[in-house]
Design a protein around this ligand. Structure first.
Ligand code: ITT
Length: 191
């Protein structure tokens, strides 16, 4: 089966390939360079559907999209769906800096956060979604070189290091994205 991966984020594509590869027999992942739709939904699900529907409409092929972000408890779930542009632009360094500044006076016990990933799949027959949540907390400073986005400031539950200090294989075995993709793989294998 051919599946279009409707994202313009190269880091996501890398993780999607690494995680999904081998999970579904005969799956061929195709890149997507069509027009980027306006992500004006009010939830991860709505935005994932907007992106997957746009790719399906453009290619006519089964399409999947990932909408994801970090939800910080004491910020009422923000940045959430605004994670990619939290500091105004699409600059990960600025986004992380702003988040750390917002939490500067917040003690460790109140820094709970989760990475959330919703994957939407749009085919000629169905629209379906899968969500993965990776609990943890926000660090006091950046650490690590792996991963992307908020990985250097996210400490996964059960760890004393950030997601950016984990080897990619370790992150990909437990992340929000891998939890959502495992559900997608089960669905594809059963349908
Ligand atoms: P597409 O819409 O083209 O897929 P995007 O980067 O705009 O790419 P989102 O709107 O879903 O994607 O924004 C997700 C942001 O959340 C992303 O830019 C990161 O800052 C953050 N994020 C998501 N998953 C992450 C992960 O695994 N590690 C670190 N940060 C992550």
């Amino acid at each position: 089966m051919q599946l279009v991966v409707a994202t313009h984020n190269a880091h996501k594509v890398e993780e999607l390939n690494a995680i999904l590869g081998g999970m579904v027999d005969g799956l061929e992942l195709l890149g997507y360079d069509g027009p980027e739709p306006v992500e004006d939904g009010s939830s991860f699900l709505e935005n994932a559907l907007i992106k997957a529907r746009a790719a399906f409409g453009h290619t006519g092929l089964p399409s999947m999209a990932d909408d994801s972000g970090i939800a910080v408890e004491i910020l009422g779930g923000a940045p959430g769906i605004f994670s990619a542009r939290w500091a105004g632009g699409r600059d990960n360094v600025e986004n992380r800096r702003l988040l750390l500044a917002q939490l500067a006076d917040v003690p460790a016990r109140n820094r709970a956060a989760s990475f959330v990933c919703t994957i939407a799949l749009v085919t000629a027959d169905a629209e379906i979604s899968f969500t993965g949540i990776w609990p943890g907390s926000v660090a006091f400073a950046e650490h690590g070189e792996h991963g992307f986005g908020y990985d250097p400031v996210f400490i996964p539950e059960g760890f004393a290091v950030t997601a950016a200090e984990l080897e990619p294989e370790v992150k990909n075995s437990m992340s929000h994205r891998s939890l959502a993709l495992e559900q997608l793989a089960s669905y594809l294998n059963a349908n």
